[in-house]
Design a protein around this ligand. Structure first.
Ligand SMILES: C[S@@+](CC[C@H](N)C(=O)[O-])C[C@H]1O[C@@H](n2cnc3c(N)ncnc32)[C@H](O)[C@@H]1O
Length: 218
């Protein structure tokens, strides 16, 4: 049984209207060659919960369908993502190259994530300004190999979550939650202050950056 109660059509519509202004525009999470369906479902759930606009999946083994409707109906994915796949835009690509070609054509700047120092520039999560680029794609690597060298080469920088334990890395689903929390927090604050890019478009009154507690329970 699903872990969350199903929303009726009208309560789902109300919720969709309530969350709309909080969604981070032009922010995409990319998962590169994930092997485990549980991790894919967890990333989709995190993306939905944090208000990220889209998920791209680099899927060279063709584990997912190209068809959006079919993907949404995939029972295991729907269950793991607690149905958030129904409300989240997911697109698959055959290769890392294809995904970069699509992102670059649409003027997205990419950053990769890794527990290790990689590429031209590397920094800890809390040191980075994630509002610098109007269109941002955040890449997460595969469970065993991590992020590919092609993705590192084509990205602006590498982001790491500081770690203090004996293990080498965090799980893919967990790290996506931590990174996307910080990225969306910063970008929501920016959207709250500015109407569009450029400091000239400052709002007279900042928009709220969180949904008032209890507002969605009325
Ligand atoms: C299980 S880890 C991969 C471990 C792999 N041995 C490696 O060298 O990256 C799966 C993905 O989670 C993300 N990740 C895990 N730990 C992270 C950390 N401390 N900082 C940033 N990203 C991390 C990265 O995207 C990574 O590719």
């Amino acid at each position: 049984m699903s872990e969350e109660p199903q929303k009726t059509k009208s309560s789902a519509r109300q919720r969709a209207d309530l969350i709309k202004p909080f969604r981070c525009k032009n922010l995409i999470a990319v998962i590169e060659d994930p092997k485990d369906i549980v991790n894919i479902g967890t990333v989709i759930r995190n993306v939905n919960a944090m208000g990220v606009e889209k998920v791209y999946v680099v899927d060279p083994r063709n584990a997912l369908s190209d068809d959006w409707e079919e993907l949404r109906e995939k029972r295991k994915l729907s269950k793991i993502s607690v149905s958030s796949i129904k409300w989240t835009f997911v697109k698959r690509f055959d290769s890392t190259e294809d995904c970069f070609a699509h992102l670059e054509k649409n003027n997205f700047v990419s950053v990769v994530t890794s527990p290790h120092v990689k590429g031209k520039e590397s920094a800890y999560l809390h040191e980075i300004d994630f509002t610098k680029h109007a269109k941002l794609a955040v890449w997460f690597g595969c469970e065993a190999r991590g992020i590919s060298s092609l993705a590192v080469e084509r990205s602006k920088m590498c982001v790491s979550i500081p770690m203090f334990g004996m293990i080498e890395s965090l799980n893919l689903g967990t790290s996506s939650g931590i990174v996307l929390y910080e990225v969306t927090k910063q970008r929501r604050e920016y959207q709250s202050l500015y109407r569009k890019r450029g400091k000239g478009s400052k709002r007279e009154t900042p928009l709220p950056t969180v949904i008032e507690r209890g507002e969605d329970e009325a």
